[in-house]
Design a protein around this ligand. Structure first.
Ligand code: ZN
Ligand code: ZN
Length: 350
């Protein structure tokens, strides 16, 4: 039997584990083994698999070594086969159709801010998901807990993205972007000149979420009217308890939606041609369905974004598609069903 690519199999396993919310250490075991073997001469990998000495390598364990041996023998690793067999595929048809139309993702983080993986790794996962583009949107300076990028670091990131793009498979590219904080006064937390250089700008509220309705409405209206802002990120800021392993954490991190006049904010978004994000994270699912229906009625554009902080999370778009389909979001009003050219032209046109 022809042998398979063991590194690709290990990466695929890591991706599926992450997508299924498995514990980080398990994901890391596969990803670090993939990195170790990716840097090794394939002949050495083969010899070690034959001698049973793969697990002697730092970063390769018994389980990952077994997967590699199976791959090289031309068999789909048992571990991978089990994961594929238990993948949840009970998405409604309308949601599946919408998911098939998505060509990219407009909100993602790398280890330059609070994401867990390098830009290259995020990009390769986006290719695997079937995307044509991934907008990289690391945080802005104000968000210090998330290592928000200073103007100098953002400039360095832009240079780095250009280098990475030159090495990525044809037909895919990283688009530049930012998740910029909407300051309490409604201004955006990055230099205008830099915001103007970026392909896509997501603007989000991350502070003073309990402000009263009038204050929050004014803040959001001002941000939506700012020509640099393209997508209004997770508009209510709510946090949901998740089914994740750590229940104590879920309790402390859940948060009610903030108060604002959604009708006015969505009307402004529609008027200025800005997109309302449908945030797919299971701990956000923002906006709530009632508000999502309101935004549909208001005539808004949408972006179905994962807000991924790790490669496997790029697979979470299905959660947003499910809600979008349920609330009657038309596919042609979802900006990431558009090509990279259409998307960037729209973003530059505000
Ligand atoms: Zn955010
Ligand atoms: Zn984010």
């Amino acid at each position: 039997m022809a042998s398979r690519d063991p590194v690709a199999d290990l990466r695929r396993i890591a991706f599926l584990l992450e997508s299924a919310h498995e514990a980080t250490f398990r994901v890391k075991a596969f990803r670090s083994a993939a990195n170790v073997l990716g840097g090794l001469d394939p002949e050495e990998t083969r010899t070690r698999a034959e001698n049973g000495t793969l697990a002697d390598l730092k970063g390769v364990g018994d389980v990952t070594a077994r997967c590699v041996a199976e791959s090289l023998a031309g068999e789909e690793p048992v571990y991978l086969r089990r994961l594929l067999a238990t993948e949840d595929d009970d998405l409604p048809v309308a949601a599946v159709h919408l998911r098939e139309k998505l060509r990219g993702d407009c909100h993602s983080h790398s280890d330059w801010s609070d994401g867990g993986s390098p830009i290259e790794e995020m990009a390769l996962a986006a290719v695997e998901v079937g995307h044509e583009y991934l907008v990289l949107t690391d945080h802005s300076p104000r968000l210090k807990v998330a290592r928000g990028l200073s103007p100098a670091r953002l400039k360095r990131q832009l240079d780095h993205v250009a280098t990475v793009n030159a090495q990525l498979p044809e037909g895919f590219r990283i688009l530049t972007g930012i998740e910029v904080d909407i300051n309490p006064d409604g201004t955006l937390d990055q230099e205008d000149e830099l915001l103007a250089r970026l392909d896509v700008v997501v603007g989000s509220v991350h502070s003073e979420l309990r402000a009263d309705e009038a204050v929050m409405t004014r803040r959001m209206l001002k941000a939506v009217a700012n020509p640099h802002l393209d997508v209004l990120g997770h508009c209510t800021g709510r946090r949901l308890p998740t089914k994740n392993n750590d229940r104590a954490h879920a309790r402390t991190s859940s948060r009610p939606p903030s108060d604002f006049d959604a009708k006015r904010v969505f009307a402004a978004a529609a008027e200025h041609g800005k997109a309302v994000e449908i945030n797919c994270r299971p701990d956000r699912l923002d906006p709530p369905k009632r508000l999502l229906r309101l935004a549909v009625e208001a005539g808004c554009l949408f972006a179905i974004d994962t807000d991924a902080h790790a490669p496997g999370q790029l697979d979470w778009q299905r959660y947003g598609c499910e809600r979008a389909a349920m609330c009657g979001v038309p596919a042609d009003r979802v900006v990431n069903t558009w090509s990279a050219e259409e998307l960037t032209r729209w973003a530059a046109g505000h």
